[in-house]
Design a protein around this ligand. Structure first.
Ligand code: SAM
Length: 289
């Protein structure tokens, strides 16, 4: 399985091993309609992908990785690390930086990170955003309501393991045949070429930042599209939660009964925010094949 160097909110990294085997094997073009970090489509057994998301910044970053030479990308990252005087544990001898308890490397990186964040927010570009993710708290990608990147400095840096993960991810992305689109899921152009569709929309009843803008109308429109695909004998799989932390998505519970509901059993390894978010949840993959 290939993992993303960034920690995209709501990404499916932890359940890939449960959902990938549930996808059909004989797919020519796989459409990941709410692709986010792209890891579901990228890990599918299909070589030709359509990756779509309404969030332009994540999509542009994926496009940047796909279309630029790996050495150029690594050079640009190293250049920004130098310009903003950020730590570089992978190139320095062990013990070069004193790692402070609870703060990790944040003491060293705070000033440079905040300067980079300011510069990025004034004049956004893909590589600056990626370096902010590398040095930001938990490698999150998050913007406030004014569309400014607002993640604080993290405890870690572009360590050897993150460097290896980044290279592996970029190489993998470059090997696949990918079309990127930045469309709303209702756009009919998304449904013209693929023969399998994966849907991982915001969830109505959990708390990821982008869920706030997801309404019951969006949810209803999505059910209509899924029913339409089904009526045309097109295969789809749809990730969601039927209940979570005392809330139930009643409409989903009823609507999904006409399809196959596969319950996904998540293994929680640490107490992160998603654990709180999804504990006592019934997470499902709903499919029509
Ligand atoms: C649960 S996340 C997808 C996570 C992804 N599967 C991953 O593993 O990284 C939901 C995504 O839906 C996108 N989204 C929200 N509303 C959308 C819309 N109307 N059309 C297309 N994408 C939308 C969000 O930007 C977000 O990236």
């Amino acid at each position: 399985m290939i993992v993303s160097p960034l920690n995209y909110s709501g990404n499916k990294a932890k359940i890939l091993k449960h959902i990938i085997p549930l996808f059909p094997q004989d797919v020519n073009v796989f459409a990941d309609i709410f692709c986010g970090s792209g890891i579901v489509g990228l890990n599918s057994p299909c070589e030709t992908l359509l990756l779509n998301d309404k969030e332009k910044r994540i999509l542009n970053l994926l496009k940047y990785f796909k279309t630029n030479d790996l050495d150029k990308i690594l050079f640009e990252i190293a250049n920004l690390i130098q310009i903003y005087d950020l730590t570089d544990t992978k190139s320095k001898p062990k013990g070069y930086y004193k790692i402070y308890a609870n703060e990790g490397l944040s003491k060293y990186n705070k000033d440079g990170f905040l300067k980079l964040r300011k510069d990025y927010n004034e004049k956004p570009n893909d590589i600056k955003l990626f370096v902010l993710i590398l040095y930001g708290f938990n490698h999150y990608l998050r913007f406030n309501s004014k569309n400014l990147f607002n993640v604080p400095v993290g405890k870690m840096d572009f360590s050897k393991s993150l460097y290896d993960k980044t290279i592996e991810f970029i190489k993998f992305l470059q090997e696949k045949n990918i079309k990127f689109t930045n469309l709303d899921f209702r756009d009919e152009n998304l449904y013209k070429t693929a023969d399998f569709f994966y849907f991982d929309p915001p969830y109505l009843i959990t708390n990821a930042p982008y869920n706030a803008s997801w309404s019951q109308k969006d949810e209803n429109d999505l059910y209509e599209i899924l029913d339409f695909l089904n009526s045309k004998n097109k295969k789809f799989a749809f990730s969601n939660v039927i209940f979570s932390n005392g809330k139930t998505n009643e409409k989903l519970k009823i609507w999904s009964k006409k399809y196959q509901i596969c319950e996904i059993k998540r293994q929680y390894t640490n107490a992160n925010y998603r654990r709180k978010n999804l504990s006592n949840a019934m997470e499902v993959l709903i499919k029509n094949y």
